[in-house]
Design a binder for this molecule. Structure first.
Ligand code: MRU
Length: 354
């Protein structure tokens, strides 16, 4: 994979959400951003699992990377002659990591990769695990840079874009998926306007995305999620660009709640819809979106803003935090393996096999 040469990564990519210190995992606490920039140290795999569940670290690729480092931490508690023996002892910790969030397939993908590596490792299995976790992170960053160039290539100069949730450096090893395309599109002067939806209820757009872009000197305009259709009607955006938590064999894509309604509104207004995700987000074992487990979180997330309650006591709330956009509403899926236009079962199979 060749990274594009016309992007100054030092300018466009400042933040790292996951730092391995050699004996602990430092996670940039995304619950506290943007006003408190603080790291949480995890020194056990169960601490990593809790951090993933609590959204201290979040975003599909980032939780896969964090889980891989969680396996490295779990390995520190186990004595074994080789990887196969270690795998048996580590399986309960792997399962607890896997259970920390259900929708993003990158978590299960990273753990499966760590399992496969461990199964064939010899006496140096602990070092092998560490090298593998590092490789998962390094490959993610390279994939993001490559996708940035591929996705930006689809955007005509002077375009406006709307993004949802946070898909940037904070959600990945760096640079980001959808936000990587936006960074590359800005660097290449293709994108003239960036809009970001707040992303209720957890406010990934309002708290994370616009702050992250501000670090790069990219002006983004925040909108209420409910302003998206109206924005499209004005003609200010030509592309909606989002990330993904799981892309099925037919192109159906799970992403942050609210993505589906953006895709419907985009099709209605003639706005193009792009999904950007590494191949670790593609799940060819899941035939279509109806089979994806949608995470339900505490309804309490809907009862207030910034810790202040805004809803009367005794109100019920429903809080699914992902939805599924049907493949037929997607104009382009961009992975590091290439661009799939108007995904179908056949084009997904051609790119990713069975
Ligand atoms: O609940 P979150 O914040 O983990 O949800 C994140 C998203 O839905 C992102 O769009 C997705 O994981 C892609 S991140 C590159």
């Amino acid at each position: 994979m060749n990274a594009p040469t016309d992007i100054d990564y030092a300018r466009y990519d400042h933040i790292r959400p996951i730092l391995w210190t050699g004996d602990a995992l430092q996670l940039l606490d995304q619950r506290k951003l943007p006003f408190v920039v603080e790291h949480v140290a995890c020194s056990s795999s169960d601490e990593v699992a809790s951090a993933i569940h609590a959204l201290t670290v979040r975003g599909a690729p980032a939780i896969g990377i964090a889980a891989a480092w969680g396996v490295v931490l779990a390995a520190r508690t186990v004595q074994a002659d080789d990887g196969a023996q270690a795998l048996q002892k580590l399986e309960p910790a792997l399962q607890r990591l896997n259970a920390s969030r259900p929708t993003a397939v990158n978590l299960a993908w990273a753990l499966a990769r760590m399992r496969r590596t461990l199964a064939v490792a010899g006496a140096d299995w602990q070092q092998v695990l560490e090298t593998e976790a590092e490789a998962i992170a390094t490959e993610d960053l390279a994939a993001n840079r490559h996708m940035g160039a591929l996705g930006a290539g689809l955007i005509e100069a002077g375009s406006g874009v709307l993004t949802h949730c946070n898909t940037g450096s904070l959600a990945t090893a760096g640079f980001g998926t959808a936000l990587g395309v936006i960074r590359a599109g800005m660097a290449q002067d293709r994108i003239a306007r960036v809009f970001a939806g707040e992303t209720r209820p957890w406010l990934q757009g309002a708290r994370l995305t616009v702050w992250e872009l501000q670090q790069d000197g990219i002006d983004a305009t925040l909108i209420a999620d409910s302003a998206a259709s109206h924005l499209m009607k004005t003609g200010a955006v030509q592309w909606v660009i989002v990330g993904a938590d799981r892309i099925c064999a037919n192109g159906d894509t799970a992403n942050k709640i609210g993505t589906y309604q953006l895709a419907i509104a985009a099709r209605h207004h003639g706005v193009k819809f792009m999904v950007v995700a590494p191949s670790s987000t593609v799940d060819m074992d899941t035939a279509d979106g109806s089979q994806i487990e949608i995470e339900q979180r505490d309804p309490g997330e809907l009862f207030g803003v910034g810790g202040s309650r805004t809803v009367a006591e005794g109100i019920a709330a429903w809080n699914p935090v992902f939805d599924v956009t049907p493949g037929e509403l997607i104009d382009a899926i961009v992975t590091e393996r290439g661009v799939i236009l108007a995904p179908t079962v056949a084009s997904m199979k051609a790119a990713f096999g069975d």
